[in-house]
Write a protein that binds this ligand. Sequence first.
Ligand code: T1G
Length: 697
Amino acid sequence: MAEAGAAVTLRRDGELLLASIAHPPVNALSHAVRAGLMAALDAARADPAIRALILSGAGKNFSAGADVREFGQPFKAPELGEVVERTEAFGKPVIAALHGNALGGGLELALACHFRIALAGTRLALPEVRLGIIPGAGGTQRLPRLIGAAAALGVIAEARELSAAEALKLGLVDECVPDDLEGAAMRFARRLFAEGRPIRRTGQISPGPVDEALFAEAQRGVSRRQRGFKAPPEAIRAVRLAHELPLKEGLARELEICMALLNGEQSRAQRHAFAAEREIARIPGLPPDTQLRPLARAAVIGCGVMGRGIAMALAGAGIAVSLTGRSLAAAREVHAAIGKSYESAVTRGALTAAQGAERLGLIVAAEEDRAAGDADLVIEAISEDPEAKQALFARLGARCRPGAILASNTSFLDLRALAAASGRPADVAGLHFFNPAHLMRLVEVVRTTDTAPEVVASLLGLARRMGKIPVLVGAKEGFVANRMLARRSREALFLIEEGALPEEVDRALVNFGFPIGPFAVQDLGGLDVVLATRRARFGTLTERERQADLLEQLVAAGRLGQKSAAGWYRYDAERRAQPDPEVAALIARHAARRGIVRRAITESEITERCLYAMINEGARLLEEGIVPRAQEIDVIWLHGFGFPAYRGGPMFHADLTGLRQVLDGLTKYRGSVGDEYFSPAPLIERLAQAGHGFYGP
Ligand code: T1G
């Protein structure tokens, strides 16, 4: 049968024409695909013997939507909207056969088809808001017509994904089949002919009146759950238009809103975040076919909060884990506690009973020696005590099987010293998880200059198997995340010495887009825990940082944070934070003792000093080669510390701000705070001089 172009293949079966989108890896609706779909419609129309057209996707997906690589340049005709409108208006039945992902423009194409068959397991979604835009090819106008505004708003404004079964229940698909999708679609078409069923066009369904209460609640919901993002409220506005305007006008307004967002900074930032997360998977100098080591059995040494979370994250990936502690009894206690947390996860519906039992069954409490001897991978998660860790790595080096990988969860100790202690540095790397380890997606995979390439590749693959986002970093003090966080924390501390209050610093950064401020975070984790890290890093602190001993004073006063109902803030019975005059007084006394004359500090100074200190450190990390690209830094901050996705990460945000402005800010604060804190990184000076950003001209 005639090929409709490489991107869409055609095959005829009797009176049916089957068009399959073939544009790997995700059948994005590129120009070639759009042209191929138009050719398929032409072929179906031209042949009087053809009574229906069936659209499907080759490979693992129906279609992941518009081709994001085409964004930012003029769309070549036929545009997606044109293909979608022609599909819906087509004079013969068009049936969508969905499997894998039917996302964005892919789902919009399916909505314009007259009937939809889905294979069990199909994921249906309109995730455009994640890219800072809204559906632009009819999604906001057709979906509410098909499934009602209430269900449509969750899909469109909150990127809620529908399973095939949910879609069937909602009336989004006409059939959900366990297998033989193509056969089912052909049988469906032939039943249409036999029953003489008319073509059903989604756009002709009346959407009904506006439900004011529903739309008001939807706007309140996104302003809470997606604070600062522009696209979700606009998506709600577009869905409302479906109830107020004829289809054609609604489609035109939807496209206007979509394009306005597409050209905005937020969408550029969110598309950058999407691309950066994929870019960092390509490791310069590490061939994608690097030989991997077997990782069937793991051992986690240390069963504190982190060890427990890591064991659960491994079990969640189906990996058997031996968990060891100071004693077998201690490990058994933690194992029982893990069992309880799985039980509550099952009660909450986060896991099925079978999943909970399976995961718990994969974790066993064990003695250290035996656990280490059996493991393909050992992850050390004992307390941040350099001597204890080195002694442990010496034991592991002797005890573990040849080829076993020895990983440390240390967040700032010298990994090279641990590697040397093990006697087998090629097998040693860092796996720096973030608390809580079984939930946080970010993990820093830390390599020394001796770490073997297959160890790096194996740990990157393991992290993905655990559903994590692994970022490969070099082994130097604090790696990337904590080294940059230390700069933000330093500025936060200096700012309250100089006149700001904890709540002012936190408010500034929350207004910037962080979910929570630095002082509230410390209260959450426990000021004693934060102080322990400060003490462990004391040797790396400057004189002023050492003398900024407010943490020591708070802990000495028994203020440990939320767990003691008082820390930087005071907490009521519901753990709601209140600014505490006692803390303000303590800070004032401290400043007086330090001879610091406190002053009112603006929100913009707070934000600039915290961010520019981080960005400057990020530039230094790039200069030192701790990370190869700025993307690694942005991904770490987006997924490790809640940096607002609509700003793209600290380095992308610096580019949006302009490095010349960042450089001017660094120079200004170098004068007021000091050389050792704000001397501009040479990389920033060079890029600013050239009028470039971290991501190019
Ligand atoms: N366009 C172009 N390339 C895409 C793509 C897309 N839509 N989606 C994925 N890729 C690339 C990706 O960059 C990677 O490339 C490879 O495919 C594998 O992706 C008008 C305007 C589909 C769930 O937001 O959510 O339609 O790095 O590593 O983990 O209303 O990709 O290998 O070179 O993510 O199996 C809306 C985005 C677009 C879906 C697969 N659609 N994609 O996940 O593989 S806007 C989306 C995803 C739109 C219309 C609007 C995921 C996935 P490389 P991957 P995966």
